[in-house]
Design a protein around this ligand. Structure first.
Ligand code: UD1
Length: 333
């Protein structure tokens, strides 16, 4: 272990948070996890790690945790992430994402925690006018999920201007894959994300995959997204933390993607190629609120953090997602 500050990871029992915990531990950082286990899994948190079961909106619990472990940085993953659900139940998103983040940020400021990393999203851009999209593009979310995250970005900017805390908002594009060593992966029940859904179908857990829209303004008519391996994303958090610690008065807003898009058909082709057996595809109408394409300009994160993707390969992402899905099947989790 290092003499570096202890890190609190909210949502550390969830998909992306659990991979960040692994990256922090692999780098020798002390980690404490808080998770309410509504969508996370207790077994996703490594044995022996301090674990607090509870909500980030519970300021008394969070304040006690910050003091007890002398937390020096917060990585905030906890939140709700299903875009269509945010449209039908917006207040859930403004509660679990915006209001809960407000409480957490207040607890952090009160305790004097100097660094804060926030899981933001490409959904804050809405339908970008220019592709690839850079961080200066207008942020005009087209769903409550994106708006709930954008509001948190706004709070952080104001708070960092008023208090001795700096922050990094990482705007994730489409996160997929699983830990290459098989220690974690996506276990979310009722997943809606393409690669996860396709991996479930390839493992016989679904009888087909829907292709939502074949008339988009893209080369093959299906939606194009920038898929980033969850382990590369976890690494970006470590590097962001180092940058915040090195320059405590500077904050960052950075895209996390590879800068290359793949269509729904290309993703499904990769799954078929790797399993040698075609999954059933069904054409369905467009899903509400889906842009034609969403691809990151990642030059800022490369220049600012020196981040370099290591697993920038669609087949690698899909192979790791499949490996995790098979492991889940074998373990029946
Ligand atoms: C969305 C958000 C993203 C956010 C993520 C969080 C937008 C534009 N993007 O990603 O910022 O981080 O949710 O949950 O709001 N598709 C199918 N069949 C399926 C599933 C998906 O064809 O069964 C298609 C979609 O239409 C889309 C692509 O696959 O073109 C990716 O969809 P998905 O994996 O759900 O992620 P996004 O909606 O892009």
């Amino acid at each position: 272990m290092t003499d570096k500050a202890t890190v609190l990871v909210t949502g550390g029992a969830g998909y992306i948070g659990s991979h960040a915990v692994l990256a922090l531990r692999d780098a020798g950082r002390r980690v404490v996890v808080i998770d309410n286990l509504v969508t996370g899994f207790r077994q996703a948190v490594p044995e022996g790690l301090p674990f607090v079961e509870g909500d980030v909106a519970d300021m008394a619990l969070v304040s006690a945790t910050l003091a007890e472990h002398r937390i020096g940085a917060i990585l905030h993953f906890a939140g709700s992430v299903v875009v269509p659900e945010s449209v039908t139940d917006p207040l859930k998103y403004y509660r679990n994402n915006t209001a809960a983040s407000r409480a957490l940020i207040e607890a952090a400021v009160t305790a004097g925690v100097p660094h804060f990393i926030f899981s933001s999203t490409a959904a804050t851009y809405g339908i970008p006018e220019v592709t690839p999209v850079n961080e200066d593009a207008p942020q005009r979310p087209i769903n409550p999920y994106g708006m709930s995250k954008l509001m948190t970005e706004a709070m952080l900017a104001d708070v960092a201007a008023a208090h001795p805390i700096n922050y990094c908002a990482l705007r994730y594009f489409n996160v997929a894959g699983a830990d290459p060593q098989g220690r974690s992966g996506q276990s979310t029940a009722g997943a809606t994300h393409l690669i996860k859904v396709a991996a479930e179908a390839a493992c016989g857990r679904r009888d087909h995959v829907a292709i939502f829209g074949t008339d988009y303004d893209t080369p093959d008519g299906t939606g194009v997204r920038d898929y980033i391996h969850v382990t590369d994303l976890a690494e970006a958090h470590l590097m962001a933390l180092a940058a915040l610690e090195a320059e405590p008065t500077v904050s960052h807003r950075l895209n996390c993607g590879y800068g290359r898009g793949f269509s729904v058909r290309e993703v499904l082709d990769a799954v078929d190629r790797l399993t040698n057996s075609p999954i059933t595809r069904r054409h369905q109408p467009r899903r509400a609120g889906d842009p034609d394409q969403l691809v990151a300009d990642n030059s800022a994160i490369r220049a600012t953090l020196g981040w370099q993707p290591r697993l920038d390969n669609l087949d690698t992402i899909v192979a790791h997602a499949l490996a995790w899905e098979r492991k889940r099947g074998a373990a029946a989790v």
